[in-house]
Ligand binder design. Sequence first.
Ligand SMILES: [Zn+2]
Length: 735
Amino acid sequence: MKSLFTLRFDLQRVVGGVEDSTRDVLMVFVACSDLDPEAFASIIEAEIDTSLVPDEVAIIVREPSFDTTMKQFNTHSLHSSTLGRLSKSAIILIGYDCNGAESRRKCIAGIMPSHAMTIDDVRRRGITYIFNERRGFVEANATYHFENPSGRHTERFIRLSNILACGAEIAFIGFCCLPHIAPTVTKAYLDTPSLYAVVAAMNEQRRSFEGAGWILADNFSSYVGFDQYEFDSGKAAVVLISASSSGSLATRLVTEKSVEAQQVVHLLYLGRKPITTPVVCDLLKDDETNPAGITTLPLVNEAENCSMCMSGSHAIKLQGDQFEFAGPQQDALLVGLADAPKGLLQLMGRYACDQVFEIGLGSSGLKTPRLFNINVTNLLASKAFEEKLAYAIRQSVPASLSQIIAADEQSLPLAAHVAAQCAKHVSVVARDQIDTIPNDTTDAIFIVASVIESGRTLLDISRDLRSIAPAAPLIYLVGMAKTTGEPKREQLNKSLVQTHNFFPYELVTVDQIVLPASYDDHSWVAELQLLIDPDIQDLIPSELEQVVQLRIDRLRLRSQPMGDDLFLPNAGVPLRLQPGFVFWPSSLPAKVGHQQADVYFTIASVLQRLRANAFELSGKRRIVSNWFQQTILAPGNFGRFNDDVIQASLLRATYPYELNFADTTDESYELGRLLRRVIAACESSRGGAASEFLIALASRRLQLCRKDIEQVLAIKTPDVPMVRFLLETCRRRLL
Ligand SMILES: [Zn+2]
């Protein structure tokens, strides 16, 4: 165990207005009752090895051990060899009393310097040293900063427990507290439990002195516990505050709890203005008394005017007396037109009536279509696509084109279409045939992919072609690019066009849409699991048996993507879009041919754009999901978008944590009320999404506070069998 705390520093005094010469001082604080000669020998050896022999060595011991320590220096053989190594130094023994003040001093070796080190020289320096070494600040970085329990924002804060790491150091901190805590004090109120260690260190030292009482300590939990706590304002009690920058807690103790100012002791203080209550260590730099102190105070901003928030950094809430990070903070977001990805409105105008967008029910690793499926056949058949493609071909097909590689099987028709537009014969090469391309070709090569998601296939082909056809100009043609965000797309573009040849390769994308990557645990999987649950199957009324079975069969039909059968209707009428969908051209909803999947894709695209914004330091509106923050969808969205088909799309395109209102009472209440209105109106189009809401609730993709769930489920059951059945389902699952 380490029984000594040492501090090496330069000491310079101003005597009669004149600075005397700087002396190199080693302070050795003896943390236990006796100085161990071996421990002393080894620290002196280490000091001399790294920083030469000091001018002055000051050993601080408890007064009751002063004489025995002095005697041991004269008799112990290990001490005499240690003193031999320190032959050039003045070695001083200092004793301290139970007030932490010097009781006496003697020179062990050398000559006593005229202005030698005193205990007053080392308290502030010593604790500042420990603070710096142990990194007493918890610091922010570019992505996050902190919100104090007071509501203000800061880039760093002091956490006392960081610096309470080593027994000898804690003993030294306890020793430094002694002057402010009279021997008659027997009670200490602590603002944080970390201070128990400091009180234990004080008690251990006071035990060596006669007449000093034992301090009983209790944590009042800082501001959190302030109001409820009863403080004893007598002289036998002190309040110990771990750290402060303003003394505001001390002021409240004095004014609200009638504690004497002298009985409120700050262990650490770092503020612009000095305070009137006692401070053990002022961490601020002072050229003379604390040269290693802190020079810049933590930046503290009012929340509504915080420069860190404005530059895109998250504010993490600190809570409790230990300044723990609070769990994720939930902010509710109302989605609006400005949140749509660029060009979404035009894109939907081009394709919404062409059955291009479909929901696949296959999972990863299977050959079946996945969640965000683009119907390639319908895309190629689309007039709007054909026009854009024709332009791209006119612009990008070079005279020397001789080969077209189809990136995968579903790209063969597009590759054949491009080949057919060329004036001369161009051969279409399948992905697994690219070795047949002549090695020395200098002719241009087209690489065609009808749909890409990550672009991995194109990157693989580009790598292969570097050795197969190094001199050939390459042009990548993509029919529809699905991308999770702009940076991802730019990165793909950069990687593909890069070459040692004269000019960069080219990437031509006919159209693109921002979408999440397809995932497996989507709402239709949750719905299927719900409907086939034996517990729930019991509840199906006979009149619905056939309808439910058809729905189960549909959800199990993975080979067949869904277009207009995404949502479960309350009765026979499918969910439908009304005129005036803000993300679509105004004429579109009235046109024939658009499907539920088109609305779902639109909503999924807007949400994905908002999620992608979270990774850009732009201050844009965003959906954030990380350890510290979670954006939830404001219940107002379901009022703003009151078409049943949009409501259902929102319910199914959000991730469950974006619809988790279990911890947000206001939002939960608001959504609960809305849900009751929707259920009550389930026979009209205003309540068209009632079944969809109930499925989301039953499968826990939508979560409300318990009391709001109870209220929703207490509603008078309407005379619509599906809604009745799903209400029963929710009651069985959630109550
Ligand atoms: Zn801030």
